[in-house]
Design a binder for this molecule. Structure first.
Ligand code: TYD
Ligand code: MG
Length: 457
């Protein structure tokens, strides 16, 4: 009986464990992948897997008496990248960089490594996807050749950890974690158990040696980083590199960060010599904004601590089928559906008879209630086929009764709009009283969407 308890069946493909043998793995759906194993209970006291031994005599201490050594942050030489990391790279941290294939992850990493190498540090770039010749050709194009930047093409995680030990680089990059392979596990590279094991081994080494590590991860069709969800829990920081491949803009976004805020974004432009930082995103996103055109409106959105002006476009046309079409890019579908219902009820416009197409110019995604009024104005402008007032920015959250609600950071948004040459701003009435300085901007306070429609059209 006792023996039986110690036997488990584990899936070779995904690592799923069960106490009974099954023909098909209930987790990954593969057939004949369950193999019998003896359950082992790793003991942290036996020094297994190099885990730190627990300090059995730890005593609670007052939080304000803990000494923090000055936390050292390494600059990547790319200000946009550093900001997303929370002010630079923290030693011993594990950063996961995800993104669609071909979006520019390897390019970004090579440029960041070059920035670090230039400051005299030794960095190691391990590629499981490209040969060192290919990397060399790419880095020449990016003009990121440096003798401190070491490259190797390797997929065996054991060999990589040995290299880490002998070379002792200041930063390690693994491109990509899905190509890494640990010979202890029989399944193929890229399978869930391989990815998990490789990440675990790298994490233990990174924490022990204090070397910061970047892991590049592929993204599945539905947009999550391929591999176990566990991967995101194991690392300190998860970054996504996103953008539309048909556009030149790329946005680096933190979705988890133990050492900084997750609201910050970094904006880059991909050109023939690699990625270039975009220091003034508003100017870029508004570069092609048409004036005096129905259906186009500019609003101010906060991305972390930074205001960004974006153009929202809407196209409303009579629907030819029973159910109206709603095609929305860059904004939350449900939010638009809700606002369309408010327009229908409060402005008496027949939205159910209209196909609505919406887009945020430049391929950006925004998710903030402060752009509600922008969405409403764009739709109404297209529906009436009338352009809005010139040089005007609108901001405000719209409630279900059509009221305009106060938003945060109003001063910063207004000054960004002023910097970009706008002269008029529609703001929520309740914000108006609290706006500190009224610079050269005409501010119009509004209470409901009917007020807004009256002012704008
Ligand atoms: P890459 O970094 O290889 O993407 P990932 O590692 O995310 O798969 O980027 C490849 C794309 O970037 C490719 O479509 C070409 C483009 N690119 C440029 O436009 N300019 C450049 O200087 C480089 C290196 C790449
Ligand atoms: Mg790549």
């Amino acid at each position: 009986m006792k023996k039986k308890i110690n036997i488990i069946f584990s899936c070779r493909s995904c690592g799923y464990q069960t106490s009974k043998w099954l023909g098909k793995c209930p987790d990954c759906g593969k057939w004949d992948t369950l193999i019998e194993k003896t359950r082992s209970f790793p003991s942290i006291h036996s020094g297994n897997r190099n885990l730190p031994k627990p300090n059995l005599h730890a005593q609670p201490v007052p939080i304000d008496s803990i000494d923090i050594e000055d936390q050292h942050r390494l600059s990547t030489g790319l200000a946009e990248f550093d900001r997303v990391l929370g002010g630079g790279l923290v030693s011993g941290s594990l950063v996961l960089l995800g993104g669609d294939p071909g979006i520019g992850k390897s390019t970004l990493m090579l440029q960041a490594l070059h920035g670090i190498a230039k400051s005299g540090r030794k960095v190691l770039y391990v590629s499981g996807e490209e040969s060192i010749m290919q990397i060399r050709i790419r880095s020449k194009r990016l003009s990121s050749l440096s003798s401190n930047l070491l490259v190797v093409s390797e997929i065996d995680i054991g060999a990589i950890l040995a290299m880490l030990d002998s070379i002792k680089p200041d930063v390690l990059v693994i491109d990509s974690i899905q190509t890494m392979f640990s010979p202890d596990i029989t399944s193929a590279p890229g399978s869930v158990s391989q990815v998990r094991e490789s990440t675990m081994q790298i994490m233990l080494t990174a924490k022990k040696t204090d070397v910061p590590v970047f892991l590049i991860g592929h993204v599945t069709k539905d947009g999550a980083i391929a591999g176990p969800r566990l991967l995101e829990h194991m690392v300190d920081t998860v970054l996504y590199f996103e953008g539309d491949r048909n556009h030149v803009f790329r946005i680096l976004r933190a979705v988890k960060n133990r050492f900084g805020s997750t609201n910050e974004i970094g904006v880059f432009e991909m050109n023939e010599n690699g990625l270039v930082e975009v220091l003034n995103p508003s100017a870029v996103f508004l570069a092609e904004c048409p004036e005096k055109t129905p259906g186009s409106i500019v609003t101010a959105s906060m991305e972390g601590s930074r205001p960004i002006l974006v153009e929202i476009q809407a196209l409303a046309g009579n629907t030819s089928f029973g159910t109206p079409r709603r095609t929305i890019l860059g904004i939350d579908q449900n939010r638009v559906a809700l606002l369309l219902a408010v327009i229908e009820k409060k402005l008496n416009m027949h939205m159910m008879g209209q196909d609505i197409f919406m887009n945020v110019a430049g391929g950006v995604k925004i998710d903030e209630p402060a752009i509600d009024l922008g969405i409403v104005s764009a739709v109404v402008s297209s529906f009436l086929d009338r352009p809005i007032l010139e040089r005007t920015v609108v901001v405000g959250e719209v409630g279900l009764t059509g009221e305009i609600r106060a938003i945060s950071n109003i001063d910063i948004r207004i000054s960004e709009a002023e910097k970009m040459g706008f002269s008029r701003c529609l703001v929520p009435q309740s914000n108006l009283k609290r706006i500190a300085v009224n610079k050269g901007m005409e501010l119009i306070g509004i209470k409901t969407i009917s007020d807004a429609a009256e002012v704008l059209f």
